[in-house]
Each structure stands twice: as structure tokens, then as C-alpha cells.
Design a protein around this ligand. Sequence first.
Ligand SMILES: Nc1ncnc2c1ncn2[C@@H]1O[C@H](COP(=O)(O)OP(=O)(O)OP(=O)(O)O)[C@@H](O)[C@H]1O
Ligand SMILES: [Mg+2]
Ligand SMILES: [Zn+2]
Length: 506
Amino acid sequence: MSDDLQRVTKLPESRDGCPRSVGDVLARAVTHALVGLEPRRVEVEADVYENGLPAFAIVGLPDRACAEARQRVRSGIHAAELRFPKGRVTVNLAPAGLRKEGSGYDLPIALAVLAASQQLPHDELDRHASIGELALDGRLRRVGGVLAVAEGARRMGLERVLCPSESAAEAALAGIEPIPVRHLADAVAYLRGELEPDPIVPPRAHDPPPLPDLADVRGQERARRALEIAAAGGHNLLLAGPPGTGKTMLARRLPGLLPALEPAAALEVTRIYSVAGLLSVEQPLVTVPPFRAPHHSASTAAIVGGGPGIRPGEASLAHRGVLLLDELAEFARPTLEALRQPLEDGVVSIARAAGRAIFPARFQLVATMNLCPCGARGDPAAQCTCSGQRLAAYRDKLSRALLDRFDLVVTMPRPRAVELAAGPSEASAQVAPRVAAARGREGLSRTGDADALLSRAVERLPLSGRGRARVARTARTIAALAEADAVAAEHVAEALAYRSPQELAA
Ligand SMILES: Nc1ncnc2c1ncn2[C@@H]1O[C@H](COP(=O)(O)OP(=O)(O)OP(=O)(O)O)[C@@H](O)[C@H]1O
Ligand SMILES: [Mg+2]
Ligand SMILES: [Zn+2]
């Protein structure tokens, strides 16, 4: 047992060193607040003064949803056929400087109030963390962030976490024993030693839904090749071209080429989905790379994260997976600029009153766009009607700095009739094993020829330092796909061919 916990189990006999009056009892429950994904210990103290004027106050920087626990806790206690204490009830959420968001504090508040009014043993309560929202009829409702709270409890040396039944499998991922609770009355009976907790039903594995297959895409060999390279190296990919050439179709087929998440990555992604309240009850562990495709009208906060009641944005929900920005040029420019930080650092950091919240956001960006606002550019059968001014404004949306972050830029021509009439193309199931094998071949070094070509390219093309590094990485992926022993000039040449977005510049 940690020192921390030892200290907690000894409840103070007095406040401010003053002797306590008769009928004035303090009790404490433990839970966690989240700063980003980081759990911070919160002590829920309840002080009941039965001789005081009837009042129920929650202090300690609760947000609106948290403060509304007053109504839910009062009703929940009555519904559990327990006694809501007479007199003055004060609940303090400590430390007071940390903002407490959401309804997950209902259960610890109710338990602390019950312990303070002598309806629960204090020492049992001290051994458990707790989280959950109360319905007015006393039932427990699922809330987000149970995994992180359970992880915080484990780190503190607590043995068990009381949580809504539907969140028990999620809490178990933290390596702590969850006590599933259906109703407040059950939590109380359990803490009094009158009820065995429900057994945890292990999540049943079910097959992930089928993903769209590459076999559906006709022609577009160059774009398909770029997609395979992008999958093998986690590179950012921009697909440009006239309408109806299969850009969206191809972009949506990237997830089907990616290998399942490693266990550590799976837990990282699951933590994010837990906080966002997006985990499935049946199968809480996220095992496949996420795929997110936000609409271009989404706000910057929705895409990057932040806003009131801080939540991970699409960039974080795509962590270890794919973020598709379909119709890239339609997104608001500030939104695109805000994505530059996560694209470079793999994290989103959001300023808060009480410090910074950090969310991981290491995603692979795939974007599509037309070559001009009317869409006709790049299509030999159509005539572009865009004015020079309109075209310039369209391109201005995409800063050089953003374009610089795409390792692979491909324009997709209109497929020829023979291509569309041809039989099915190579299927995802044939491409995915090549991707997985290439991912296993890392750390290839460059030959002298490859180095010389890269250096010449830096001078010939205006290639930034970042651009050079990105070409080198793409070349390494191409060499790995070719099962080569080293990165040769031909691999650098192919990587360079995907770099120059001339169609977007001219
Ligand atoms: N290469 C292709 N192979 C097979 N079908 C295709 C191909 N290109 C387009 N299609 C057909 O056209 C439809 C539209 O394709 P898609 O939405 O991918 O076009 P797009 O390039 O994203 O166009 P837009 O610029 O208008 O968004 C697809 O659902 C598919 O039926
Ligand atoms: Mg499209
Ligand atoms: Zn046009």
C-alpha cells in the first residue's frame, strides 16, 4: 500500500485543528479528473452537519454538469432507499484548483455523502476508486474516461474501482479489478459486505466490419502504387484530379491495407476513445487503426480538439490511424493551419486555465482535391471556366507549409473506357501482406548514388530541409517494398517523382 493511501485511510478527527462538534462527520471517496488523458487524483470530501440548516453544496471548481450532481445524488440516494442526511451537506472536490468536468463524480459524491452520514464503512470506501453518473432512479450510467480513471487508481495503489457495469470491461484494461455497479443500492450493499459483485463478462470478440476493397478501383495504377507506399510507410498522401476519377474511393481503401495495432498502440487509441465516450461496450479495446473523415464544415475545435469541456478532436481520434480530409481546399484555412502542429509533432496541446492538456495525434493524413474550383482542370474532355483570381484564391487556401507535409502527391486522370471495362484489379488482401512485410524492414541505409541524387534534387527543385527528409523517408519505404538491401538511386527517383506538385503550382 502506498504512503499516499496510508495517509488517506486515517481520516482527520478535526478540521483546522478545532475539535469537531457532535453530529459533524467527514468522509472521503477517491476518483480522478482528467487533464487531457492524464488522470489527476481527486478527493471527494463530504461534510455532514446534521444540526445545520438544510443545504447541499458542491464546491471545488465543478463545471455545470458536475454541479448538477446535487439533484442526481439526492434522488439516487432516495431511490436506493437510503437516507439523504438532514442538515447541511457540503461536498468539496479537492484539489480546488483543478476543474472537475462531467457527471462521473456522481457516484463518489453519493458514496462520500453516505459514508459521512454513517451509512457506509469509511475504510472500505478508502480502498476503492469510483466513477459513474447516477440516473434519478439510482441506476448507474456510463461515462467517458473510465479507462484513464482506472489507470490512475492502479498507479495510486488502489485495489478496485467501482464503475457502471457497462464500463467494467473497459476498466479491466487498466489492470485493476473493476466492481461493476448497476444501481447505487448495489454499490452500498457491496461496500457493506452484503453483496458479491457481479462477475465481469469478458468482452466477446466479434469480426470487424468489412472494409472497402481495392479490387473495386479500376485503372489508376500510379495512385494505387502511391497508396501502397503510403500504407507501408505511414506517409501523408494527396490525391488530386477532376471529379469522379476515384479519389475518394481510393482514399477510403487505405485502412484496409494497414496492419492491426500493436498492443501498446491499441491501449493508447482506446484511452482516447474512452475520454471521447466512443468505446463500444462489447469490445472496448480498439485493435484496428482508426479512420476518421470529418466533413469540411467541421470547426477547428472539432478537428484539432479543445473548446469547452475539452475533448479530443478528429486529429486525436485518428491517432495511429488515418485522417481523411476529403475536398481539402474546402476546409477553412485556420483549420488547416492548426493541423500543422500535430502533423509535425504528433501531439495536440491545448492551453487551459490549469495548465496544458496534451492529446496524442500521430495520424497519417490523406487528402483529396480538385485542381480548380470548377473541377475541370486536368480533364482533357472539359473546359475550365475558373477566373485567374478564383484559381489563385483556391490555391492560396493550401499554404506551401501544408503542401510540404505531403510526401506523396498524385494526380488522377479520368480513367479510360478500357480501364473501366477491365476485370477486377488487385484486391486489398493481396496488397496488405506486402505492406506488412515492408513495415518489418526498417533502417535501410542509402547507397552513394542515392545520396548523390538526393543532393542534386535539393538544388534543382526548391526542396526544404523538411522536404529532403521526407523524400529520404519515402525512398526508404519504396526500397523496403522492393525487398532491397539498401536505398538505391531508383528508389530516390521514384520518391522524388511523387514530390513535385506541379499540377497544383502551375
Ligand atoms: N477508377 C475507378 N474505378 C472504379 N470506379 C470508379 C473509378 N473512379 C470513379 N469511379 C466511380 O465513380 C464514383 C465516384 O468516385 P469518387 O467519389 O471516388 O470520385 P472523386 O474523384 O472523389 O470525385 P470528386 O472530385 O467529385 O469528389 C465511384 O463511387 C465509382 O462508382
Ligand atoms: Mg471525392
Ligand atoms: Zn476550373
